[in-house]
Design a protein around this ligand. Structure first.
Ligand code: UDP
Length: 319
């Protein structure tokens, strides 16, 4: 019997890539997704596969029936783009907190191991750089990002509460700015915004002075880290991210060069509580998972740009 793995957010950007890998590894995969930011097209390649099933489901609601045989649950469901989660702060908080609770309760019944996709956002606007897992973060509990930051922090707390009190087998990864094909063109994150703007010949929108930094990790590397963590003998948390740090302005330069676009840069106000720096310390991932990213920003961006070129061409054909 193939192993049954459940992926919440399985039609999302990261979730769909994870489903691809799990099916290729021989798992039976059930993807749960309410399609709020995920999309059917992301799992279209798996739609007729006998070991894949997509079910419409919001993780805030009661856990679906028929998943008692699951041995692995990857909890990835959540809006992840600041622009979109700030439009739906209530649902975002509930998805992280109640969704985590539903997953942990269900997993108690089936005995499944749970991997929680946490985030670099738990470090908030960090005063420690780079961020190691021992850093407790600097988060504004009532700021516009708190629905996500604090929601994910509650989810982490709940994983460890279930682990301590009920011996639940949990795994925690903190994901840093993953990017790649299947980001949505209107998603609002910096990589998708810049690529779409460059390909359309529109100005690239630089928030603030563009000197804030992020560390972008290509999706294949992120998924590999997640898979290794699920099978590791450590609860975590473990940072999964690329330790090569870039300013937003540098990213804009890369995108302009790789797309050959002549778009100009346009300054916009910096959103409140936007972290000034973000870079993972990945010593733990190297040590416990023998994992580190392999894809350079340039190679990852080339793949992502090729994806967006074809998405935008399809949009034009459909229009
Ligand atoms: N950003 C930007 N222009 C955009 C979108 C984002 O300059 O069109 C900046 C944003 O202010 C932040 C960084 O890029 O400093 C990364 O933003 P993103 O929304 O991708 O995710 P975050 O890392 O903030 O969660």
């Amino acid at each position: 019997m193939p192993q049954l793995s459940v992926v919440t957010g399985g039609a999302g950007f990261l979730g769909s890539h994870l489903c691809d890998r799990l099916v290729a590894m021989g798992h039976h995969v059930v993807a749960l997704d309410d399609l709020s930011s995920g999309h059917m097209s992301h799992v279209q390649q798996l739609a007729s596969h006998p070991r894949f099933e997509l079910r419409g489901h919001d993780v805030v609601q009661s856990w679906p029936l028929g998943l008692d045989g699951a041995t692995r649950v990857f909890n990835l469901a959540c809006l992840a783009s600041p622009a979109s989660y700030q439009r739906q702060p209530v649902q975002t908080t509930l998805t992280s907190a109640v969704g985590m609770w539903r997953v942990l309760e269900a997993a108690q019944h089936s005995g499944a191991r749970v991997l929680q996709a946490s985030t670099s956002e738990v470090y908030g606007d960090p005063e420690v750089h780079p961020q190691a897992e021992t850093y407790h973060g600097l988060v504004n509990p009532i700021g516009p990002r708190s629905c996500y930051d604090e929601g994910k922090r509650v989810a982490e707390a709940m994983c460890f509460a279930y682990h301590r009190e009920r011996k639940a087998p949990v795994r925690l990864v903190r994901i840093f700015n993953s990017y790649g094909p299947r980001l949505r063109p209107g998603d609002g994150r910096v990589v998708s915004n810049f690529i779409v703007q460059a390909l359309r010949g529109q100005p690239l929108t630089i928030y603030g002075d563009g000197q804030q930094t992020r560390s972008f990790c290509y999706v294949d590397d992120t998924v590999e880290g997640i898979l290794r963590m699920m099978e590791a003998d450590i609860e975590g948390p473990i940072n999964i991210g690329n330790p090569v740090e870039h300013t937003v302005l540098k990213l804009a330069e890369y995108v302009l060069r790789l797309t050959g676009s002549r778009s100009r840069l346009e300054r916009r106000p910096l959103p409140p509580d936007d972290p000034k720096k973000r870079c993972p310390d990945i010593s733990r991932a190297k040590h416990h998972l023998q994992w580190e990213p392999r894809v350079s920003l340039e190679d990852g961006l080339r793949e992502t740009i090729a994806y967006f070129r074809s998405e935008l061409a399809n949009e034009r054909l459909a229009a």
